[in-house]
Ligand binder design. Structure first.
Ligand SMILES: Cc1cc2nc3c(=O)[nH]c(=O)nc-3n(C[C@H](O)[C@H](O)[C@H](O)COP(=O)(O)OP(=O)(O)OC[C@H]3O[C@@H](n4cnc5c(N)ncnc54)[C@H](O)[C@@H]3O)c2cc1C
Length: 316
């Protein structure tokens, strides 16, 4: 099937791009995803209330926000399919995509908004208590009433883990930084900030063996990787900061990626290494990773795709 513009992903980035592109008469066709990199609607589908997306003073649930964005895109003429993209060929125009259903699609322009997936600890207790005291985003969930003036843990040892721990010190009575090694991976300056913050205590050489709690997290069972001893530490909240995996496997050499697998975009733009291919949201942003920044870059991608198509002589 031949399309003018195909958008890959239906998170905040993909659906915002869809709204803008549809209103510019580009008749966008959206791969909502299926199971290759999360689910249709993206990462916000697995969270409860969003308190920091502008326009919702009382907050809004993630699934409700995404349903609204989807409805808005469809109302303006966007077309959608629940399917994954398996392969992409950007070596010639029109660009070619192979879907998981085995169909081939071509497009004059592409917006890739396939997001990223937060790495999670492979424990049954983690799955059971996910969203009930366990989160992968302190910026998103740290200020919730349930975590205020309580003892919280951040699991990880990189810059992101320390950012999360520092952020939590504004709300928590104490923050434990749980790290499996005897030294942090984070930059020197971040290490210093963590080590000198009176609210942060670093627990070295510890791995989480189990998240304890019935309906809500109540503690962590930690194993010391040097002595092998286990102990339980009471805890009201745990934030996993063990990295994200960008959903770029279906690109396989089609575009320039950075060392972590994120799509490289030109500074201040959503343009990628291939003219006519734009990238928006978490798949090209490992710094901010927020719904509003993803949505904003989705808007940029749609506007840049519109200008690019016009310059190529494809009228909107
Ligand atoms: C638990 C949790 C809570 C969060 N809470 C907040 C919050 O309160 N506030 C906030 O601002 N941010 C929050 N975030 C972060 C926010 O969800 C992300 O920054 C945002 O969703 C990124 O949007 P995106 O559109 O770039 O990607 P995603 O939301 O990751 O969407 C990616 C889309 O691409 C699709 N896809 C992936 N691979 C393929 C493929 N091969 N083919 C086709 N489609 C594909 C997926 O199905 C999905 O539809 C939270 C994240 C998590 C995990």
């Amino acid at each position: 099937m031949k399309e003018k513009l195909i958008i890959i992903g239906s998170g905040p980035a993909g659906l915002t791009a869809a709204i803008y592109a549809a209103r510019a008469n580009l008749e966008p066709f959206i791969f909502e995803g299926f199971q290759a990199g999360g689910i249709p609607g993206g990462q916000l589908m697995i969270t409860t209330v969003i308190e920091n997306f502008p326009g919702f003073p009382d907050g809004i649930t993630g699934p409700e926000l995404m349903a609204n964005m989807r409805e808005q895109a469809i109302r303006h003429g966007a077309r959608m399919i629940v399917d994954d993209v398996l392969e992409t060929d950007c070596s010639a125009r029109p660009f070619t995509l192979l879907s998981a259903n085995g169909e081939t699609f071509t497009a004059d322009a592409l917006i890739i908004a396939s997001g990223a997936v937060a790495r999670r600890l492979p424990l049954d207790s983690e799955v059971r208590l996910w969203g009930h005291g366990i989160s992968a985003c302190a910026t998103c969930d740290g200020s919730l009433p349930v975590f205020r003036n309580r003892e919280l843990a951040v699991i990880g040892g990189g810059d992101t883990a320390i950012e999360e721990a520092l952020h939590l010190t504004q709300f928590a009575s104490k923050v434990y930084l749980i790290h499996r090694r005897g030294e942090l991976r984070a930059s020197r300056v971040m290490q210093k900030r963590a080590k000198t913050n009176p609210k942060i205590e670093i627990l070295w050489n510890k791995v989480v063996e189990e998240f304890a709690g019935d309906k809500m997290l109540s503690g962590l069972r930690l194993r010391d990787t040097v002595t092998g001893e286990s102990s339980v530490l009471p805890m009201a909240g745990a934030f996993e900061a063990i990295g994200h995996v960008p959903n770029t496997a279906f690109l396989k050499g089609a575009l320039e990626l950075n060392i972590l697998g994120y799509i490289v975009t030109r500074p201040g733009s959503t343009a990628t290494s291939v003219a006519g291919v734009f990238a928006a949201g978490d798949v090209q942003d490992h710094k901010y990773r927020q719904a509003v920044t993803a949505a904003a870059s989705g808007c940029m991608a749609a506007k840049e795709a519109e200008m690019w198509l016009r310059d190529q002589g494809f009228e909107g």
